[in-house]
Design a protein around this ligand. Structure first.
Ligand code: SAH
Ligand code: SF4
Length: 371
């Protein structure tokens, strides 16, 4: 397949996704990078990722922190979350993401509301107050509204798969795991005024090239201002892994992860696209390569290291092993993984001679949303 043959209808996208020709894939990634720089510029925005808790009421079949998996559970205290957010402010990341398992109890909802107000009050010097993205699953509309009023302005809720049949195969068959409910939650977020981001896993069991093409068209139809999608990585004890259902090799899932970023950049040139952590598990420079394939958002993990190791949505040993607590001798804020930020800063001339500029101290809302 040649780049000039690429069309953006479902068949054309599926053909591009299925094509494993290395020359085509390379040309596609280069073109996406070119379009990104021409449309949203070379800047990459940072979001300090705070993984607040691995307690979850849901039981998604692919996930390593699902309710029924036995693992050590944790929940960051309000002070721990604020300490991480202060580090994001000191390092001029501009924004934080608070992500965690889904909980809808009043204690949790109230805690997030208090945290939002406290994070917005953190001193950021000459920069705007920290931007906050939440990624805490499906919530009643009133809760989304309460958190919006308290200062959250972006929310990431992946649709996981835009094909309702595939969605059903990777979730338990009960009302807590309903495709329609998830879709409704996305529309609630949008109506309230959030920048509602979505995404899907890439390279899952049962997933076809056509399913992935549908995901891309779903983002377009939903008019998503930001998308965070990433390769599926098996968790050794998840029901989906234990079922023995086949899925693409690690190499293929990585290539698909980059290709989906590139195709989405061409389909929706002015949105924010995140280089997901799941890429890093498959390649030590996975997220940087995601940036070079058209992504423009990078999320350094600033969860305290002792807890970070318990947030195992999937097997993260490869990244955690490279995450020494002592990033720089003598620093107090040592739980920032040096591998999360530093290779990034030095990659300027290093990867294919492409320049990356970090948008320090900025919210980096998508151009698409601002329009
Ligand atoms: N509980 C919230 C947010 C935390 S989970 C939610 O589900 O929306 C964040 C994301 O992790 C999920 O959206 C899912 O796409 C991803 N995830 C979970 N298990 C995964 C796996 N095995 N491989 C890759 N991504 C996974
Ligand atoms: Fe919970 Fe999110 Fe994992 Fe589903 S994907 S089990 S909602 S943490």
């Amino acid at each position: 397949m040649n780049l000039s043959d690429l069309t953006f209808d479902r068949e054309g996208l599926a053909a591009a996704i299925a094509c494993e020709d290395a020359a085509f894939e390379e040309a596609l990634l280069d073109e996406a990078y070119r379009v990104k720089v021409a449309t949203v510029g070379p800047e990459v925005y940072l979001r300090g990722l705070i993984e607040i808790s691995n307690r979850c009421v849901k039981n998604c079949l692919y996930c390593g922190i699902r309710r029924d998996i036995r693992c050590q559970r944790y929940e960051l205290s309000e002070e721990e979350v604020l300490a991480s957010a202060r580090i994001a402010a000191q390092r001029r990341f501009g924004s934080v993401v608070i992500q965690g398992g889904e909980r809808t109890d009043a204690a949790f909802v109230g805690k997030i509301t208090r945290l939002l107000k406290a994070i917005k009050a953190i001193d950021t010097g000459d920069d705007p107050p920290l931007g906050v993205t939440l990624s805490l699953g499906e919530q009643p509309r009133e809760v989304y509204q309460e958190w919006f009023d308290a200062g959250a302005h972006r929310y990431l809720l992946r649709i996981e798969s835009s094909n309702p049949d595939l969605y059903r195969k990777i979730h338990p068959a009960d009302p807590l795991h309903s495709y329609d409910r998830r879709l409704q939650a996305l529309y609630d977020l949008k109506e309230i005024g959030y920048q509602a981001g979505t995404g899907a896993m890439i390279g899952m069991p049962f997933q076809t090239a056509d399913d992935m093409a549908r995901d891309l068209l779903f983002y377009k139809e939903f008019d998503a201002p930001m998308v965070g999608m990433g390769p599926y990585n098996p968790h050794p004890e998840s029901p989906l892994t234990l079922s023995g259902a086949p899925y693409p090799s690690a190499e293929r899932r990585f290539a698909l992860g980059l290709k989906m970023i590139a195709l989405l950049r061409l389909l929706m040139p002015d949105i924010n696209i995140a280089a997901a952590t799941a890429l890093e598990v498959l390649d030590p420079r996975g997220r940087e390569k995601g940036i070079l394939a058209g992504a423009n958002v990078f999320m350094p993990n600033i969860t305290p290291e002792e807890q970070m190791v318990k947030y195992n949505l999937y097997d993260r040993k490869t990244i955690l092993r490279d995450c020494p607590a002592s990033a720089e001798p003598g620093r107090q804020d040592t739980h920032i993984c040096k591998n999360c930020v530093f290779p990034f800063c030095s990659m300027g001339d290093d990867l294919a001679g492409k320049r990356i500029i970090v948008g320090y101290g900025k919210w980096g809302d998508s151009k698409h949303f601002r329009k």
